[in-house]
Design a protein around this ligand. Structure first.
Ligand code: AMP
Ligand code: GLY
Length: 435
């Protein structure tokens, strides 16, 4: 792949990759890129102790856009893959493209799909794409009047990026009103608080659908399901995601087909009408329930931990897929999948998602196995010792003939890893197994 956002030479042999981010998602992406015979080097900025074992970590923060573009230009990086949403929403793709550097992800205008819930809700409602009925407001009194006209529970959402904290499920009027005040008057989520979305509560089972998108072309990746609550049986506070499995039976082939017809195609047509050129990953958070398949949210990047279960199933060369998205040839690409399933159990620090300790030593077998891989999330090295450095510490991932084989293998590997205070759910994939 040559420099330049048009990604000139499809299939060119040797490429240097930069992956931006530091979580389990980025470890899984580095791991997958390194399976490509076309890759000569993978850098990860800033990475973690896991990415350091397979790639070269670069100490540049994800919000240091100027530092990242300088590095990519200086090192002649052929392809930069942006993991998290914040740099995408801040315009990293626009910046790289302005320098003629190939970069995977949507530009800032397209990334509003994740960066602004008001923007997305407006598109969904205007184009008749199934989603919760909602209103968007900048004035608290107006939001409260609308809120009072909806039933309970209802959902109050800060407009912008709020690190997963800006969504409040309100069981009653008091909670809804105080959430509206917190967002619009007290600005408790900072810059995310310019506006609020108040919407009806949707019943059903959540699932994730990831797509590669390049303008009007798209390719569907296997469905998956995340486990957002900290506790077994979906109890306790929300987290970044405590585990995942794929494919998700709730989003089987027929349901995916329905989602393509009722959500994906109308959305891409809406983009075209709105003058938005979307390229990158489109990750739909969907509710499958009595009202059919409805959109909860869109993200403009890969899910974490969903990436950890998607990468082992993907048989394509990831460089080829990225090139096809960037170069506009996605329509001629066939996504190839390994048969079977994959599952990931997140091991988190004690106390997470509240306060938690860092620097706790990690022991056990973290090595690469033919049917499993321990992806690092919040880890670092303290001298020679691997220690915890975040809330979600490890994503213990395995794959097999079916979900049962994959999840059993993942829990076997969890049994061989330990750190003081470690917590993990023991019911990952239970919904799939109970069907
Ligand atoms: P979001 O960031 O919009 O996906 O919201 C985060 C989480 O809140 C989702 O994964 C759901 O679990 C929950 N949620 C958001 N909107 C709704 C809704 N309208 N009805 C039910 N649950 C919701
Ligand atoms: N797995 C949830 C997320 O990546 O947003």
């Amino acid at each position: 792949m040559g420099a330049g956002s048009a990604c000139a030479t499809y299939g060119e042999p040797i490429v240097k990759i930069l992956v931006i981010g530091s979580g389990g998602r980025e470890h899984a992406l580095c791991w997958k890129f390194l399976k490509s015979p076309r890759v000569s080097a993978v850098y990860c900025a800033p990475g973690n102790a896991g990415t350091a074992t397979i790639a070269q970590n670069v100490p540049i923060a994800v919000d240091d856009l100027a530092g990242l573009v300088d590095f990519a230009a200086r090192e002649k990086i052929d392809l930069t893959f942006v993991g998290p949403e914040a740099p995408l929403c801040a315009g990293i793709v626009d910046l790289f493209e302005s320098k003629g550097l190939a970069v995977f992800g949507p530009n800032a205008s397209a990334a509003r799909l994740e960066g602004s819930k008001v923007f997305t809700k407006d598109i969904l409602l205007r184009y008749g794409i199934p989603t919760a009925q909602a209103g968007s407001f900048t004035v608290a009194a107006e939001a409260k009047a609308f809120s009072a006209s909806l039933g309970y529970p209802q959902v109050v959402k800060a407009d912008g990026l709020a690190a997963g904290k800006g969504v409040i499920i309100a069981p009653d009027a008091l909670t809804a009103e105080s959430a509206i005040e917190d967002i619009l008057d007290k600005k408790v989520f900072g810059a995310a608080c310019g506006a609020v979305v108040v919407e009806e509560f949707l019943e059903g089972e959540e699932a994730s659908l990831h797509l590669l998108v390049s303008g009007s072309d798209y390719a569907v990746l296997p469905s998956s399901q995340d486990h957002k609550r900290i506790g077994n049986g979906d109890t306790g506070p929300n987290t970044g995601g405590m585990g995942a499995y794929s494919p998700a039976p709730v989003l089987d082939a027929a349901a995916v087909k329905t989602a393509e017809e009722t959500i994906v195609k109308p959305l891409l047509a809406a983009f075209e009408k709105e003058g938005i050129h979307y390229k990158g990953i489109l990750y739909g958070g969907l509710m499958v329930g009595p009202k059919g398949i409805q959109v909860l949210e869109f993200n403009c990047r890969f899910g974490d931990p969903e990436t950890q279960v998607l990468m082992p199933q993907l048989d394509n060369d990831l460089v080829d897929l990225c090139e096809a998205v960037i170069g506009g040839s996605l329509g001629s690409v066939q996504v190839k999948l390994a048969a079977g399933a994959a599952a990931c159990v997140v091991m988190a620090a004690g106390g997470y998602p509240g306060d938690y300790a860092k620097g706790t030593p990690i022991a056990g077998d973290l090595g690469d196995q033919p049917d499993s891989m321990v992806f690092h999330a919040g880890t670092t090295m303290a001298g020679e010792q691997l220690v915890t450095a975040g809330g979600r510490v490890l994503g213990v991932t395995a794959w097999g003939a079916d979900i049962r084989a994959a999840i059993d293998a993942a829990y076997r590997r969890v049994g061989g890893v330990s750190f003081s205070g470690a917590q993990f759910r023991t019911d990952i994939a239970a919904r799939a197994l109970s069907r």
